[in-house]
Design a protein around this ligand. Structure first.
Ligand SMILES: N[C@@H](CCC(=O)N[C@@H](CS)C(=O)NCC(=O)O)C(=O)O
Length: 308
């Protein structure tokens, strides 16, 4: 359900042009930033998410305003955000007063609305594969969350009892993203270490399947020889794993070569990594130190897992 018919927030109907509500280091937000850049839509400026000064209500043609929802400051766990995204996660996109949520649905909407540089293969078989890989990528998002919180954020990812109570109160009933449930367990150290390792291994199995596919016929991209949304969703997973110090090239050489090709795309640089250099280097540095002392993600890799 990408379109929210009657958004509660009074800000939404006031916004003209394209506005992306997101957080630069967050994978789901990065997916949309990447797709916007592939479409040739450039970031005009960044403002705080509820900014309603008249100059920030309207964007210029082929540009978008980035509305920052800081996950570090827990902007997403506020009432104002719950009125825009009832599941209290990023991203959300507003186009001419219409609100869209769910990153991959937003990308599909962008692809329909801006047909330049199509992101869905025209060949039927490749399109089917693309849908399949996007679906697998979505299902693995919970694994990326576990990996990020365990191997990147650690204690700074925890929330206090008051914030938890606010989140419990505001999160939509039956939210598919289950943020309140996740924070309740993570903040109380109530997730078993093996659960994090299980999520890492799920991702590794996903990567192994892509590696095998690239091996089959030397294709350039995951669905064939044209870039697609499947490349977007999987490349963003690689980015997070590499930030955690995971040795991609050692374990998945073909996928790693594919990821290098993606990294060289101007849209990846403009829409994703160019946007959060400090955070990117900071988490890589932290991961490097932890791996050095045997406490990082490397010690839990499938090949290195002793408890299997
Ligand atoms: N299904 C949603 C998932 C969104 C999601 O989980 N977003 C994460 C960032 S990648 C988030 O906002 N997390 C909130 C938090 O960690 O507090 C989508 O694809 O848009």
């Amino acid at each position: 359900m990408p379109l929210i018919e009657c958004p509660v927030s009074p800000l939404v109907p006031k916004l003209k042009g394209v506005h992306l509500f997101g957080f630069d280091p967050a994978p789901c937000s990065q997916r949309v930033g990447f797709a916007l850049a592939e479409k040739g839509l450039l970031r005009e400026r960044a403002v705080s998410f509820m900014n309603d000064s008249p100059r920030n209500l309207q964007t210029t043609k082929d540009k978008y305003i980035f509305r920052n929802v800081s996950l570090i400051k827990h902007d997403n766990l506020t009432e104002a955000w719950s009125k825009i995204q009832p599941n209290m996660v990023v991203p959300a996109l507003v186009h001419d007063g219409h609100l869209y949520i769910e990153s991959m649905d937003i990308i599909a909407y962008l692809d329909q609305t801006w047909p330049k540089n199509p992101l869905r293969p025209t060949d039927e078989g490749a399109a089917r594969l693309c849908d399949e890989l996007v679906q697998q990528g979505k299902e693995l998002h919970l694994s990326i969350r576990h990996i990020t919180f365990h191997w990147s954020l650690g204690a700074i990812g925890k929330i206090n009892a008051a914030t938890q109570a606010t989140l419990n109160r505001l999160q939509a009933d039956g939210s598919p993203d289950q943020l309140a449930e996740f924070y309740a367990k993570f903040s109380q150290d109530d997730i078993d270490k093996n659960e994090f390792i299980r999520h890492l291994h799920l991702l590794e199995s996903g990567f192994a399947a892509q590696e095998a596919r690239l091996h089959e016929d030397g294709r350039q991209f995951l669905t064939g020889n044209t870039f697609s949304t499947a490349d977007i969703i999987w490349a963003i997973k690689m980015l997070r794993l590499s930030e955690c110090g995971y040795p991609l090239a050692e374990n998945f050489p073909l996928l790693s070569a594919w990821y290098n090709r993606i990294q060289h795309r101007p849209a990846f640089r403009q829409g994703v990594v160019g946007r959060y250099r400090f955070f990117h280097h900071a988490i890589r540095f932290k991961a490097g130190i932890e791996n050095l002392f045997g406490k990082g993600i490397r010690s839990s890799m499938r090949a290195g897992a002793e408890d299997e």
